[in-house]
Design a protein around this ligand. Structure first.
Ligand SMILES: *Cc1c(COP(=O)(O)O)cnc(C)c1O
Length: 394
């Protein structure tokens, strides 16, 4: 945390109640543009739109309150809020690359980061090398004379692999390389990459920040110099900023972020202890499990972790996989995570059913997210679905 305490950031920072009738909850300042009394005032706003309320594609008072809180949570000088995590990714990479440049990225980053690296950037002469980011030597070896950006995702939301944030940041600094991390898994409450020397931290605010599965949004935070560079380039040209209403929903979500995360984390630890006792479960992958290959690193750079993990089911057929998932009543089948509701996605949903191979453990994997339900309710649901699917449950 920065010098400010967490409850001050969430309850007070950036809020000026006297400017809006002493209302506790800030207004949704639903306006496209802002008035000026004099030509000189307007001139100043034109000259420095990054610091002005001129037009809501740039700055808006409701969004501004949220930005201040999000920047403080990350221990950053400033933040920008986007209308999706994907636009946060796009706008934190694009401003720092030009034709002929090279990126080093962790392998299997978030789907739409991959599309950016594989489909969009090559059209403009920017190439990317994917590496196994778990060892600093791999970053070193992949770095070329034209490498300008390192892209991290720690832990990765599908593979749960980590990168040593301090080591990667130090290497980047030696070569004058910008570092960008997707910190969606941890949120700033559980990991603060800027403290480790990472330049730009992004999150899908759709997940834990929003927390109620009702808004799609993203955040990027970093130094004022980096943020204003992003503001005057891709942020303004794509018009990808969050709307005042979405910012207001995110402010509402933020108020309870610590208590939601605490609850989700407690449930997660209880569920893992329980899952380990189940003969129909194998291969639990979770960064703060003592059996995770990078457990020591996770302990050293993450405060905790909660909600999202993967395990395999002891099934013989794809029909068993499907009947297990179809029979769940409290876990719902859907993408996303970080909300109030528990969710499940089986790996086999991403492949033709006839390609399922039970001898391949990854085909038997499910990614689950534990929401705000009681652990006992979730356990009961898994057991009843497992019985219907003919798993080894007695
Ligand atoms: C969901 C997600 C994103 C993308 O965010 P959207 O808000 O869906 O655009 C990026 N990274 C990770 C790890 C995610 O889970």
């Amino acid at each position: 945390m920065s010098d400010l305490d967490l409850s001050y950031i969430l309850n007070q920072l950036g809020e000026q109640h006297e400017e809006y009738f002493n209302a506790v909850s800030p207004p949704i300042v639903q306006t496209s543009n802002f008035l000026f009394d004099t030509v000189d005032d307007l001139r100043q706003a034109f000259a420095a739109e990054y610091d002005a309320f001129l037009y809501s594609r740039g700055n808006n008072p409701t969004v501004e309150i949220l930005k201040q809180k999000l920047a403080a949570l990350d221990g950053a000088e400033d933040a920008l809020v986007f209308n999706s995590g994907a636009s946060a990714i796009f706008c934190s990479v694009l401003p720092f690359v030009k034709s002929g440049d090279h990126i080093v990225s962790v392998k299997a980053p978030y789907t739409w980061a991959q599309r950016l690296f594989e489909v969009i950037l090559p059209r403009f002469g920017v190439t990317t090398t994917y590496i196994d980011g778990t060892a600093i030597e791999h970053w070193q070896a992949a770095t070329q004379a034209n490498t300008v950006l390192y892209y991290l995702e720690s832990p990765n939301s599908w593979t749960y692999e980590l990168q040593d944030l301090s080591a990667v940041a130090a290497l980047a600094k030696q070569h004058n390389i910008v570092t960008v991390i997707d910190n969606s898994y941890c949120t700033p409450l559980y990991q603060q990459p800027i403290k480790h020397g990472i330049d730009l931290v992004l999150q899908s605010a759709t997940k834990f920040i929003g927390g109620h599965s009702d808004v799609v949004a993203g955040v990027v935070s970093g130094s004022k110099a980096h943020m204003s560079k992003i503001f005057y380039s891709e942020y303004m040209t794509t018009g990808a900023g969050a709307t005042p209403f979405h910012a207001w929903l995110l402010l509402r979500g933020l108020r309870t972020l610590p208590i939601r995360l605490e609850r989700v984390t407690r449930t997660t630890h209880a569920m893992i202890a329980w899952l380990k006792l189940q003969p129909w479960v194998s291969n639990i992958i979770y960064p703060l499990d003592a059996q995770h290959p990078q457990y020591a690193l996770a302990k050293s750079q993450m405060k905790d972790a909660g909600g999202l993990l993967t395990f395999a089911l002891e099934v013989k057929t794809v029909q068993q996989m499907e009947s297990f998932c179809n029979a769940l009543k409290r876990f719902r089948m859907a993408v996303s995570w970080g909300g109030h509701e528990s969710l499940i996605i089986p790996k086999c949903a991403g492949m033709p059913a006839e390609d399922f191979d039970a001898s391949n453990a990854t085909h038997r994997q499910v990614r689950v997210y534990f929401g705000l339900e009681d652990a006992e309710v979730l356990q009961h649901d898994l057991l009843q679905a497992g019985k219907q699917a003919g798993l080894n449950i007695h």
